[in-house]
Write a protein that binds this ligand. Sequence first.
Ligand code: GLC
Length: 543
Amino acid sequence: MHKLEKHSTPEATSWWQTGIFYEVYLRSFKDSSGDGIGDLRGVLQQLDYLEWLGVTAIWLTPFYPSPMKDFGYDISDYTAVHPLFGTMEDFEELVAAVHQRGMKLVVDFVPNHTSDQHPWFKESRSSIDNPKRDWYYWKDAKSDGRPPNNWLGVLGGSAWERDEQSGQYYYHAFLKEQPDLNLRNPDVQEAILDVMRFWLNKGVDGFRVDVMWHLAKDEKWRDNPRNPNFKSSMPDCDQLLQVFSCDQPEVHAIVRRFRDLLDEYEDKVLMGELYLSMDKTIRYYGEEQRGAQMPGNFQLLFLPWKAEDIGIAIDQYEAALPDKAWPNWNIGNHDRPRLISRIGEAQTKVAALLLLTLRGTPTMYYGDEIGMQNVTIPKNEIQDPQGLLMPDKNLSRDPIRTPMQWDATENSGFTTGKPWLRLDENFKENNVETQRNDPSSLLHFYRRLIALRQKEPSLYSGDYYPVVTNGKLLAFIRKEPGSISFLVVLNLTGDAVVYEPKEERRKGKIILSIQAENEGQPFEFGFTLAGNEGVIVSLEGCE
Ligand code: GLC
């Protein structure tokens, strides 16, 4: 047998390493009150479903008081629950119910910015010598009255807003209603750590830190350089390379403080949202891995859906990971186009197979398990500020956030009221209930895959060995000593393709396959995979 290059796995010990995360976009998951907006009691009602599906950890998007300019990512009180979503008692009940099922709850946490309605900002804005003035970034205009530098807002427009009263500008990486906190200020750090303590004491299992790479900006506030590759279809802020506005070296000390706090509690996780190149992302594990345990690996949200590109990216990621750093993979979220709309319906099961057999913690996005797609929202119904601020660029995130399709009743069982965002017209045919009744559905496929991954040590914690990466096929082995090993073979095209790796000749039995008739069949060199086929081959007794 040929020796394969191994990407080794540290001993998986924690729930966040062996588990499967599921993002609940709260507004759109399940409405219990009839106001058309998803809420905490709605999530409580659907915990049975999540348990049935087999996911083990929920990432819950913001539920805090907010003027909702950026749908909850503009927080006006960090330690309370927005009445739209329920009460603190509902939240406590949710934590208890999740834990009772042996599951975990990770909450979204937004320390980079508050709402402009947060009392901290109101104080900060009230006068130049208010003690909280330095809690945000206030700067004088340039001598000609222009903003302090050329930075642009991520959701569109300038990143600076002039305050009439003082004549100074404040910095906001996102909307003008989302002023950035000055996290270099030790008092701000303390206040933010207190917020984290508050939720940890309520029993949350960790945080998904929003825009982690934005937490420190250039101390000298230098202009960002022009982006020579800018195209008009890109978001406005891409006119500039974000060299100075984010990912500054000082960010790591801030992340480390978060981690130190988490480590005062038992077995908590720090996840970071990071839209950065792979090598930069990896730095967020921190020195001696005292940073985030899950610095978001978002490659699968962007890569062309091609075996070669994906295979190379996996290998590079595996090779770049520091010793013992635990990998993670994301395939969808509330900011990026829906998976099925990116890769096409024919490949959705292949994508599920990939996500749930890679080494590292997978995160799923609600509705991907039933193949929810981007929903066309008429122009006059667009609500997402990114869509409204850059109207000609088709960047609204509403299409990705439509209500969960539960059943074929009115509004798909999401709400008894008027949904805040229209549903996909296909909900009568495509919903959780119809798919639960169809053993060949995508939903059942996810469920089986999840169950297999949770059962088999090689899949949840085994080493990763690349086997084939070519124009069509991606194949790899997962192996944990002392457990059954698995060969995963994926055809990322619609054409039939023969499995003929240069080196790897192990044989086995197909235990899970997109084409049901292949299950139970022998698998070996020369096997022809139909288009869009993917298999998991048990190598038990074949090694
Ligand atoms: C993150 C969130 C996104 C939000 C932004 C500003 O990227 O995922 O939805 O608009 O932060 O808070």
